[in-house]
Design a protein around this ligand. Structure first.
Ligand code: HEC
Ligand code: HEC
Length: 447
């Protein structure tokens, strides 16, 4: 009798379990994805991941000391591409040949299109920034290059502390690290108390050897743009690098990848994503747990982790970096703390497919390899101690199909196909951009 009872309960149990599973599997992909997105989002609602419209200035995160205005965005947009502000090169030959966009190329997803960015001292562009080389008069150490791959500036309004090690900005993770700003001249700018973008861009104009000169204002026609954007600033400040940095920051905050299929999907146009992209999204926000780290609206986050990827000096033809480049230490370079060593900021993930160089050291050259790296969970860089590696970085046991779906989600599901809307059609100076050296002019069709 008792045994019969047990059987009945057991059978009923199996039946219910199977039935539940079946109901789950029969759910349309959209419902499954919706439920995964709800669980993955901070607010419990998929709409959390919707990026604001580029013109919806009210709803874009910004520094209250630098409210976004149309006039600032217009000026910043031009300055970001303006080779005419390249006024402090190491050798006079390079004057007027480079811009911010030399290393943040729109068609390359606002990354350089090569393993490393080269501005002052560089020559050539290629088709997508991949053809940039060194001018022969420059020694390697004279180039404007860095020991990490340039980050994309897409969706950067959501980055609270900029650069791979988060060293800019006086808020966020840098609260309590004020003593670090005394150690390095380049970090003193944090003391001014602005957001990371304003802070970094003031320093960036300096680092990238740019200046706002009388020539820029009068011959290249920028004075009226500065007047329109900063009419309420004193004449001393109105035409300064600070004003330029503020305008560029306002512009950068409008770089939203809101035409990506995933964004259209979130806004209700479910057909804008293919079945495969949806399956890939389900892997990202489900089994592979990518969203545990890539969790903010831009699918990055202001946290730091070590994945043990190789550094830039190991990436083939790159300049002026080495095994002892301090940038290899990641957050640890900034904080000096052992626990931060080799940890890097979690980058945003839109338009990754536009340039085939991944991770801070450009150690991967296609997205499928990135996905396999996460799936294998085996660090490639022997210099990074095992106990620093993120504990989430471990084998994921994805099937080949899941890896393919995830790759396609990254490649096309998260790709805004129209980034050129963020580039000017021409500059008031008439200069060629993003580069203006003889080779680039040819390759960019400026002659
Ligand atoms: C020589 C190449 C180069 C040039 C020119 C360049 N950048 Fe960058 N940019 C980089 C690199 C490299 C990083 C990452 C730096 C790091 O992590 O230490 C970066 C990072 C950034 C970031 C931070 C993004 C984030 O998510 O943290 C911003 C913002 C930025 N650049 C804006 C600019 C602006 C504005 C200009 C022009 C004034 C400019 N860049 C010119 C190479 C360049
Ligand atoms: C433990 C946190 C964590 C998890 C989990 C994680 N990532 Fe990342 N991801 C990072 C960090 C940190 C970086 C930058 C590492 C570096 O360059 O040193 C990164 C970089 C990337 C990049 C390269 C971005 C660029 O600008 O080069 C891609 C693509 C990426 N992740 C996709 C994924 C996918 C897909 C998953 C899920 C399979 C995933 N990530 C899971 C933390 C994480």
């Amino acid at each position: 009798m008792r045994i019969n009872w047990l059987y009945t309960i057991l059978f009923a149990g199996i039946f219910i379990a199977c039935d539940n599973d079946k109901v789950y599997l029969d759910q349309p992909l959209d419902l499954q994805l919706e439920s995964a997105l709800s669980k993955a989002s901070e607010t419990g609602d998929p709409s959390f991941f919707i990026l604001p419209d580029s013109k919806d200035y009210q709803n874009i995160p910004q520094d209250p000391q630098n409210r976004i205005t149309g006039a600032k965005v217009r000026l910043g947009n031009l300055l970001f591409f303006e080779t005419g502000i390249a006024n402090d090169p190491t050798h006079p030959d390079a004057k007027g040949t480079y811009s911010c966009a030399s290393c943040h190329v729109p068609s390359a997803g606002f990354r350089p299109g090569a393993a490393q960015g080269v501005a002052d001292g560089g020559i050539g562009f290629g088709e997508n920034g991949e053809g940039r080389d060194k001018l022969s008069v420059y020694e390697e150490w004279e180039l404007d290059v860095q020991g990490v791959r340039p980050l994309s500036v897409l969706n950067v309004a959501f980055v609270e502390n900029t650069t791979w090690n988060g060293r800019f900005g006086s808020t966020g993770v840098n609260v309590g690290t004020e003593d670090r700003w005394e150690l390095d001249h380049a970090l003193e700018v944090n003391k001014q108390g602005f957001s990371a973008l304003e802070t970094q861009n003031m320093e960036g104009l300096e680092v990238h050897r740019m200046d706002i000169t009388e020539e820029v204002l009068d011959d290249f026609g920028y004075r009226t743009y500065f007047d329109a954007a900063f009419g309420d600033w004193s004449a001393d400040e109105r035409y300064s690098k600070k004003a330029a940095a503020f305008a560029i920051s306002a512009y950068l905050r409008t770089l939203m990848t809101n035409k990506a299929p995933f964004q259209e999907y979130l806004k209700g146009e479910k057909h804008k994503m293919t079945e495969q992209e949806k399956r890939g999204a389900l892997v990202f926000f489900g089994k592979a747990k990518c969203y545990h780290c890539h969790k903010d609206k831009n699918l990055g986050s202001n946290d730091f982790y070590a994945l043990g990827v190789n550094d830039l000096y190991q990436a083939g033809r790159v300049f002026d970096t080495s095994a002892d480049d301090p940038r290899n230490l990641g957050r640890g370079e900034y904080s000096g703390k052992t626990e931060d060593m080799f940890k890097f900021k979690i980058p945003q993930l839109y338009n990754m497919g536009d340039a085939p160089f991944y991770f801070h050291g450009s150690s991967k050259t296609d997205l499928r390899s990135v996905v396999e790296y996460f799936n294998d969970g085996i660090p490639e860089n022997p210099n990074v101690p095992q106990d620093q590696i993120a504990r989430q970085f471990r084998p994921l046991n994805m099937t080949d199909q899941e890896m393919e779906d995830l790759t396609v989600f990254l490649e096309t599901g998260l790709r805004d196909p129209d980034l050129n809307r963020f580039a000017p059609t021409s500059l008031p100076s008439g200069n060629c951009f993003p580069n203006n050296d003889a080779d680039s002019r040819n390759e960019l069709g400026c002659n």
